[in-house]
Design a protein. Structure first.
Length: 314
């Protein structure tokens, strides 16, 4: 039987960012340097495939530091940790490596700077996400108010409306966040913001790339995990940019092929924590069922690299 034609529009940039690359390398180098087991607090990045590959090399993933023996090396995930976590590790004289992305650390320092200048901080982000927990945990309780939505930006009532600053999670929707900031600026004209956006280059570029292809696609697949904020945002952006049939999948085996019936143009992207092998796997699975043509739309080139911690860089 002849295979129907399918054009795959690949969004670029997609997949791993510099912070994810660095975080994974930290775990791999720690395993080489110290030997297994190396403990990792929280999923190093939100991707099961990455986590399982590292587990196979001897990494042990835990939720909290109290699950790690005092004498074993431990890595903190790319999303960042509250100050109490490295403090506890120091108190127990543990060997720890911090894989927090430098762009998340930059937001932590911004929060500290505003706090030192006497400003109350409004953090735009999602409750319970580890990056939000880590950023709020840079400062004492009560120093930061979380705002999740435009409606909350309309209703939030800070005690001193003259001394405010806003910061954000790095992996939010660029457009939704701009809307929230507009509301805050209207209500609190003196509110201070970051010199450069807190939403990182990788989040911004991946959203721009999916926006560039969405309207031409009959369907869009985003490779990524349901707990990956930046990946879930890509699905939302694809929908709002003109492709209502957009779906998050973790691997090719999850695809219900009936969903692709009648699709001539399929957009494909991947969140910052999804390895390119997963994209290749989806393309290979499509080739088994369709006559595939690949077209890549490149909206920007990335050449960002972050150094490893000194203990591992030799
Ligand atoms: O998008 P989130 O923050 O949920 O995290 P991820 O999927 O692990 O991607 C890497 C970003 C890590 C911190 O910005
Ligand atoms: Fe860093 Fe952005 Fe990647 Fe998060 S998504 S790890 S902030 S580069």
């Amino acid at each position: 039987m002849e295979r129907p034609p399918l054009t795959i529009l690949l969004a670029a940039p997609r997949g791993f960012c510099a912070g994810v690359d660095r975080a994974i390398q930290i775990v791999e180098k720690a395993l080489e340097t110290y030997g297994a087991p190396v403990y990792v607090r929280h999923e190093i990045v939100h991707n099961r495939f990455v986590v399982e590959s590292l587990e196979a090399k001897g990494a042990v993933f835990v939720d909290e530091l109290d699950e790690v023996p005092d004498d074993a090396p431990v890595v903190f995930s790319a999303h960042g940790v509250p100050k109490s976590v490295p403090e506890e590790a120091k108190r127990r004289a543990m060997l720890y490596l911090d894989a927090t992305c430098p762009l998340v650390s930059k937001v932590h320092r911004e929060a500290e700077r505003h706090h030192a200048a006497g400003r109350h901080i409004i953090l735009i982000g999602h409750a319970g996400h580890p990056e939000v927990v880590g950023t709020m945990g840079q400062l004492p309780p009560g120093a930061v108010t979380l705002v999740e939505t435009r409606a909350e930006a309309e209703s939030v009532q800070p005690a001193d409306t003259h001394n405010l600053a806003h910061i954000t999670q790095t992996t939010l929707s660029v457009d939704d966040t701009a809307d929230i900031i507009t509301v805050l600026q209207r209500r609190f004209p003196e509110i201070q913001g970051p010199k450069r956006e807190d939403i990182c280059y990788a989040t911004t570029n991946r959203q721009q790339a999916i926006k560039a292809i969405a309207a031409q696609c009959d369907a869009v697949l985003v490779l990524g995990a349901p707990n990956s904020s930046n990946s879930v945002r890509l699905v939302e952006v694809a929908k709002s940019a003109g492709c209502p049939r957009a779906l998050l999948v973790q691997r090719a085996e999850e695809i219900d092929w009936r969903w692709l019936e009648g699709v001539g143009k399929l957009g494909v992207s991947a969140g910052a924590s999804a390895p390119e092998t997963l994209v290749e796997e989806v393309i290979a699975a499509c080739r088994e069922r369709f006559t595939v043509t690949i077209e890549e739309t490149v909206v920007s080139r990335e050449d960002v690299h972050f150094k490893l911690p000194r203990a591992l860089s030799a």
